[in-house]
Design a protein around this ligand. Structure first.
Ligand code: CAO
Length: 439
C-alpha cells in the first residue's frame, strides 16, 4: 500500500476555478480515469479524472472552493503494484490524464476562440461530449449517467446552482416516471436525413444584467404555437410590390362624409379587401388549401378574408365572410366591429374560422415592407405597409403619387414564383384603378 498525493494537473489557462461537484467520498475505491470532481470556469465544464486506481483519502477541496493547478485535491491509497513511480505530472501530456471538457453552450456560441483548445480536448473524448442535452447545464458525468439510464436532460429539472442538473435530479426524475407522476418520454422524431430542428441555446442572462420574467398572454401562447407550425411547415416565398393608390385615396376622401354619416371609419383596408377578392377570383390557387396528404389542392368557391388585428393581448385573426358580396361601407362596419370585439377579447371561435386568405395591415402604424407568415391551411397572405407620397417618373417628369408598399407571402408548394408575381402585379393594377374590377 502507498499513499499518493493527487495534485490538480495543468488545465489550460484557467485560474481560480470553482469546484461544482465532488463525485467521490473518502473511502471510495476508484478506477484510473474515473471522475473525481467537476470544475466549471465561465467557459467550460471540466471533469478531473483519477490519475490512478485506489482508495480516496483526505479530500482537501470543498464545493464552491476555487482551485488552481498544483493544488492538492486528495490522497489516493494505491496497492504497491498499481502505484505510479512518481506523482502525476502537473503538466498535461497527451498520454497523461486529460480533463474532459464540456463547453458550456452559451459560451460556446459567444466565445469560440477562447474555448477552442479545451473543446478540442472534448472532441478527442467523444464519450463525454455534450449530446442532444447540450443546452442543459450538467457536467459530463451527469450527462453520461443520464445517457446510461436513457434519460433526456430536457425532461429533468436541475436543482443545482444556476439550475445545474445533478445526479440526484436524474434519480428524482426516474422515480417520478416509475411512480407514474411523469409520462415516460417518447423517442424524439428524427427526420429522414437525421437533421431535426436544432434547439436554440438556453442562456443564463444573469451575468449580463438585471432581468425580469413575465408570462406570455394566453393568446400569445396559442398564436405562437400556430405561427411556429406555419413557419416550419410551409416553404415561404415573399414577393414585394407597391401600388399607386393616389386615385383610390381621392375616392376614399370623397366618401368620407358619407362614411361618417353611416357611422363607419373608411380606411384603405375595405378597398384592398375588394381588390384582393378580385385577384383571388382570377388566381384561384391563392384561394385554396393543400390537402393533408399534400397531393391535391382544395379550391374554395367562397371568399372569406382573415384580417390580423393587433390587441393588447396579442395577435388575433377574425374572418370577414363573403367579402365578394359586400360593399365598402358594410366591410368598413364589419371591420370596425370585429376589431373592437377582438380588442375587448370577445371574439368567438366561429369569428376566427373559415378564412381563405389573410391580410395583415400594418399601414396605420408604419414600416416600408415586411414578410407576413402564411396562416395555414391557407396558402397566401397579404402584408400592407404605410402608403407615402413618392416621386414617380411619368415619362416626362416626376409626379407625386401615393404609393402603397405591400408584400405577398405564399406557400411555394402550391404557388410558383411566376404565379406569385403575376398575382401581386394584378393586385397592384386593381388598386391603382378600381375600375379594373368591373372588367
Ligand atoms: N397607409 C397609410 N395609412 C394607412 C394605411 C396604409 N396602408 N392603412 C391604414 N392607414 C391609416 C388609416 O386610414 C387611419 O388613418 P385615419 O385615422 O387618419 O383615417 C389610420 O391609419 C389607422 O388605421 P387603422 O389601423 O385603425 O385601421 P385599418 O382599417 O387600416 O386596420 C386593423 C384595422 C384592425 C387591421 C388594424 O387596426 C390593426 O390591428 N392592424 C395591425 C395588424 C397586425 O398586427 N398585423 C401584424 C400581424 S403579424 O404579427
Amino acid at each position: 500500500m502507498a499513499m499518493q498525493k493527487f495534485i490538480l494537473p495543468d488545465i489550460g489557462n484557467h485560474k481560480d476555478i470553482p469546484v461544482i461537484e465532488i463525485l467521490v467520498n473518502e473511502g471510495d475505491t476508484v478506477e484510473k480515469d474515473q471522475s473525481l470532481l467537476t470544475l466549471e470556469s465561465d467557459k467550460a465544464t471540466m471533469e478531473i479524472p483519477a490519475p490512478f486506481a485506489g482508495v480516496v483519502r483526505n479530500i482537501q477541496v470543498k464545493l464552491e472552493q476555487k482551485i488552481n493547478q498544483g493544488d492538492l485535491i486528495c490522497d489516493i491509497e494505491t496497492s504497491a503494484d498499481a502505484a505510479p513511480a512518481a506523482a502525476p505530472a502537473a503538466k498535461v501530456e497527451t498520454s497523461a490524464p486529460t480533463p474532459v471538457v464540456a463547453v458550456a453552450p452559451a459560451v460556446a456560441a459567444a466565445a469560440p476562440a477562447a474555448s477552442a483548445p479545451l473543446a478540442s480536448a472534448a472532441s478527442e473524448k467523444p464519450v463525454n461530449a455534450p449530446s442532444s442535452g447540450a443546452k442543459y447545464h450538467a457536467s459530463p458525468s451527469v450527462r453520461a449517467y443520464a445517457r446510461q439510464l436513457g434519460v433526456e436532460l430536457q425532461h429533468v429539472i436541475g436543482t443545482g446552482p444556476k439550475g445545474r442538473i445533478q445526479t440526484s435530479d436524474i434519480e428524482t426524475y426516474i422515480k417520478a416516471v416509475m411512480q407514474g407522476d411523469k409520462p415516460a418520454p417518447k423517442a424524439p422524431a428524427v427526420s429522414a436525413t437525421g437533421f431535426g430542428i436544432p434547439p436554440v441555446p438556453v442562456i443564463d442572462f444573469a451575468p449580463f444584467g438585471e432581468t425580469e420574467q413575465i408570462e406570455l398572454s394566453r393568446i400569445k401562447k396559442i398564436s405562437g404555437k400556430h405561427l411556429s407550425a406555419c413557419w416550419l411547415n410551409i416553404p415561404h416565398v415573399t414577393q414585394f410590390d407597391e401600388a399607386d393608390i393616389t386615385e383610390l385615396e381621392d375616392f376614399r376622401a370623397s366618401l368620407k362624409a358619407r362614411a361618417e354619416k353611416a357611422g363607419v371609419k373608411m380606411t384603405p383596408l375595405p378597398f384592398v379587401m375588394k381588390a384582393v377578392v378580385q385577384a383571388l377570383k382570377e388566381f384561384p390557387h391563392f384561394n385554396a388549401s393543400l390537402s393533408p396528404d399534400g397531393g391535391s389542392l382544395v379550391l374554395k368557391k367562397y371568399f372569406n378574408l382573415g384580417v390580423a388585428v393587433d390587441t393588447p393581448n396579442g395577435l388575433v385573426v377574425p374572418v370577414v365572410r363573403n367579402v365578394d358580396q359586400k360593399g365598402l361601407f358594410e366591410l368598413a362596419r364589419e371591420l370596425g366591429e370585429l376589431s373592437q370585439r377582438a380588442r375587448d377579447g370577445k371574439l368567438s371561435p366561429t369569428d376566427m374560422s373559415g378564412g381563405c386568405f389573410s391580410i395583415s395591415s400594418l399601414g396605420g402604424i408604419g414600416g416600408t415592407q415586411f414578410t407576413p407568415i402564411v396562416n395555414a391551411p391557407e396558402v397566401a397572405i397579404l402584408g400592407l405597409s404605410k402608403a407615402k407620397i413618392t416621386p414617380v417618373w411619368n415619362g416626362t417628369s416626376f409626379e407625386p403619387r401615393l404609393m402603397l408598399p405591400f408584400s405577398v407571402s405564399y406557400d411555394h408548394r402550391v404557388i410558383d414564383g411566376a404565379q406569385g408575381v403575376r398575382f401581386s402585379t394584378r393586385l397592384s393594377q386593381l388598386l391603382r384603378d378600381l375600375r379594373e374590377m368591373l372588367i
